[in-house]
Design a protein around this ligand. Sequence first.
Ligand code: UFG
Length: 320
Amino acid sequence: KALKLIVTGGAGYVGSVCVARLLEAGHEVVVVDDLSTGHADAVPEGARFVEGDAADASADLLGEGFDGVLHFAAKSLVGESMQDPGKYWRGNVFTAIRLLDAMHEHGTPRLVFSSTAATYGEPEGSPIPETAPTRPTNTYGASKLAIDHAITSYARAHGLAAVSLRYFNVAGAYGRYGERHTTETHLIPLVLQVATGDREEVKIFGDDYPTDDGTAVRDYIHVVDLADAHLLALDHATEGEHRIYNLGNGTGFSVRQVIDTCRQVTGHPIPAAQAPRRAGDPATLVAASDRARTELGWKPERADLHGIVSDAWRFTQERR
Ligand code: UFG
């Protein structure tokens, strides 16, 4: 059934890809984005675009009657969250609470929320299941975890059908939708900037981690596989329940392996330099996504790292 949906943050990286997939599936989409980090030209054609605050602008719209909200809009820089926590408690948590209140007021039945692996902090084991303890090591992760808790209580009290998706390391691109942050901190786009000549070298943050090659290990998931999980989450959202799913491929790649893959894909030597560890980085973050596979029927189809990097590389070259 075609749904009428609000997508906050639909001008951002993951949001824009998700909007493109929602439109292809026949849903009706209104994007709400304040363009603080998103780009107006990233809003897919076919979506209505409202520039504004994720809570205020959505509250104004919800009276029209919507089947659900996908809430992507958020601040997501770990370093910044430690320097300026208020930006994360107000910008992420307070905004989400106001959005939840507006949804309750207007009887909007469904919510899909962008949560994160950062809610787990330094994991006790690998891979990480949803039942793992949540002890975030940074304010960004703490802000997302606080929202998850709020969603649980709104679902119980008000019958909201809610799903939180805990993303691991999102990468890749889809057509003209990809990663283009003004402040880029993510490994793959930074490495590709070396291949385009926009950056001289990549820094490897730490080579003394307890991993095979000493560099940190992450679970990279293709942005299209991630987006498609949101469509399944909408289908499976159940009144009065808050479900939480990890989204990753279950395979970890080290920083060195990622750089090597980027060398293969781009044919560029990509000089890399050792640098100290980045504060707050866990050694290994790999998802156990069995719950999403079993309950949502989710099956990542683009798990191959070479393919993920190739898609990011194509996007990077086309953007120049
Ligand atoms: N890294 C480098 N050099 C760089 C950039 C990153 O060595 O120039 C390393 C990082 O230290 C980390 C790995 O590459 O070990 C991946 O780093 P990213 O910044 O790409 O991704 P993170 O794993 O830090 O971030 C992800 C999500 C965040 C989330 C975080 C939680 O992208 O949104 O996990 O830890 F908050």
